[in-house]
Design a protein around this ligand. Structure first.
Ligand code: ADP
Ligand code: MG
Ligand code: MG
Length: 192
């Protein structure tokens, strides 16, 4: 059940992880992309935090929409519209259900539709896909998240900038998968 309070705690913990790992995320992106993923996400989550502070009275649906809008307008790159779509789809679905598993399922569908990536393409989809099926029956653990993130290391990138490297992308973690891992770790912490 995604209450306004859980959402606020989730986003606050996610933002903290992004700010703390900004350099690491950009380093990961420098290896197989253009080196800006940490900076993109940090800028976006700063905007998200300010927007939520400014709109204290927003309910779950309105908060999800504010998060989506900040991510879309401030993260930029490939990941901004994808994270933004995820939260926008949750916002839309939250009019009918607050079930977290169902909301995450909508978010994943939105990311796949928007970016066209499938599992095994070495993107954030690899984390979302594995995690969402477990979040559905609340059996998700930190070990599951870590395994999903690590699984991108051996993959050949098929989408995004890393795909320009082809086989040379093997041996590197996907930066968007790592930031998505933080998102779900933050969720587990917020749920405790
Ligand atoms: P950019 O590549 O434009 O600089 P970022 O560095 O912020 O954007 O984000 C890169 C991340 O976005 C990748 O690590 C990957 O996880 C994700 N990504 C890129 N393209 C796609 C796509 N088509 N579908 C899903 N995720 C994608
Ligand atoms: Mg980049
Ligand atoms: Mg970029």
């Amino acid at each position: 059940e995604l209450t306004k309070e859980l959402l606020a705690e989730w986003i606050s913990r996610f933002s903290e992880k992004i700010q703390n790992n900004k350099g690491y995320l950009s380093d990961l992106d420098a290896a197989i992309g253009d080196g800006d993923h940490g900076n993109n996400m940090a800028r976006g989550m700063q905007a998200v935090t300010e927007s939520l502070e400014k709109n204290e009275t927003a309910d779950t649906t309105q908060s999800l929409k504010l998060i989506a809008m900040s991510l879309i307008s401030k993260v930029g790159g490939a990941s901004g519209p994808l994270y933004g779509t995820a939260f926008l789809e949750m916002a839309k679905a939250s009019n009918d259900t607050k079930d977290l598993g169902e909301l995450l399922q909508e978010a994943l569908s939105g990311i796949k539709k928007r970016g066209g990536a499938q599992p095994n393409d070495k993107t954030m989809v690899d984390v979302w896909n594995k995690v969402v099926s477990k979040a559905d029956d609340s059996s998700l653990t930190n070990a599951d998240i870590e395994a999903a993130v690590e699984s991108t290391k051996d993959m050949v990138a098929k989408k995004g900038r890393a795909s320009y490297l082809g086989e040379r992308s093997v041996g590197h973690l996907d930066p968007g998968a790592v930031s998505s891992g933080y998102l779900f770790e933050a969720l587990l912490e917020a749920e405790e």
